[in-house]
Each structure stands twice: as structure tokens, then as C-alpha cells.
Design a protein around this ligand. Sequence first.
Ligand code: BTN
Length: 276
Amino acid sequence: MFPAALLASTFPSKTLGATLFAFREIPSTNSFALERIRCNPAHGTLIIADHQTAGRGRMTRNWFSPPEVNLYGSLLIRSTLPGRYAGWIPLLSGLVIGKTIEESTGIRIDLKWPNDLLIQEKKVGGILCETALGFDGSPWVVIGFGINVNLPENHFPDELRMTMTSLHQISGHPWDRLSLLQHIAGSLENIWTGQDWPALSRLKKLYGESCSTLGQRVQVHYPDGSRITGVAASLGEEGQLQVLPSPSFQGGQSDRIIAVHSADILHIRKIHILDE
Ligand code: BTN
């Protein structure tokens, strides 16, 4: 478990983590955060746990959350952002956390749209953003992050071994979880105290530079089970993925872009675009 004194000094008198809940074990930090919204929490409340017994991922999946090896955290934010930015909150959170891990470890992190953190096409972390209204009707966002830090390869369940990785697995040595958490918290604090929230055009550019989905042939898996295949062409103004479908999906009319707001994306293969 993270030592309590060290944790307290990690977040001295800042907005983010000024209210901090640290659990040895909890079903899900996101579920706890959503419950707190009813109690008018402090903006920037941070909830972390050493072990989740019912960790949740995107698309109602479970998030594998064994004890004492990884990072599981949820940040509670009272969002005052204009509505057009709402779709960018999960994307920017993924971008910031990915960049922070990259800077702290020297390991290159790619983003798979919308916010999977990948190393060499395997998932090392994920973000689950959930929204709810406070008792006074104010909009709250829970930004949940799970990072596989020190999990050795043979400790993943069989069904995850091919698709998941950890920082330890990639580098061959363990990492200081507290230090990583401090860095992530610092970066998120900069965003949510309003200083570093980039303009939309810059956000698109920054996200595009880290997002390995763009330019790839992808299969889009919708929550209702339907699928389309195409090329991930660009990002829309609200952070949606714009996909140019393969001709077979539109009776030969493959020039109509489809906007994807919520889905799982499978990378099929990289398309190399050569400069003329
Ligand atoms: C994903 O499916 O990629 C998102 C995974 C998010 C997992 C984190 S761990 C901390 C927080 N609490 C949860 O129950 N889920 C998120």
C-alpha cells in the first residue's frame, strides 16, 4: 500500500488531491467517486486504491485490478467547460496521462482512439470517464484511470495476455508507483486548474500526434454488436473519429465519412501515406 504520510505530501494544499481517499481495497474507485457526487465533493477530489475487486472498464467490461502492482485512480471534476469540449475530456485525459508516463519512463505511449494507452500495440492503461449531475444540477465528471505498472507478464489472465502489457513487462524492471502517481496528478492538476487546457485546434494537433489510430485501417465495433471497416481518416470538432468506410459497406459509395462517437476500435494495419 502507498504509505499514508508520503501520499499526504504528494498532494500538498493543491486543488487536485486536496481531498484524497486512499483505499487498500474497494470495488471500484469510479463507483465510489460517482457516489460522492451526491455529497457535494470538493472539485479535484482524488480517489485511489491498491486493489479493486470490481474494477470497471469501457463498454461495461471488467478492469483487471490485482493488488499492490498497478495504479487505479479516479478524479472528480466539476466541469465548467463549454459543451463542445465535453467529448474531448476523455481524449485529453488519455493524452495527458500517456505523455506523463512517457516522460517519466522514457517508454513511447501511443493512443488508440478514444483513450487506450498502448505500448507496441498492447494496452498498458485505460481511461473511463463518467458523468453525473450534483444535487444542485451541476455537471460532474469522473476521470478514472488504470495503469498496468508492475504486473509481470505471466500474471495476466490467459484471455488478456495477448492484448495487455505493463511497464514492468516492457522495461524488465519495476517502477515506483507513487512517483508515477505524483507525476500524473501534477499533469492533471495543470489541466484542471485551467492553465494548460489547449485551444481546440491545438488539442486536435497534439492528440493527432500521439494517436496511432489515425491513418490506420480499422474495424469499428459498436456497442449494439454492429461493425464497419474503413480508414480512420481524421478527428471531428468534438473529438469523434471520422472513418472513411470500405466500399463494401456503402454499395460502392465510399466517400461518405462516418462519425464515430462511441465504439471499440480494432487496428487492422497501418496505411503508409507517402509525401509527394
Ligand atoms: C478501459 O476500459 O480502457 C478503461 C479502464 C479504466 C479503469 C480504471 S481503474 C480506476 C477506475 N475505476 C474503475 O472501476 N475503472 C477505472
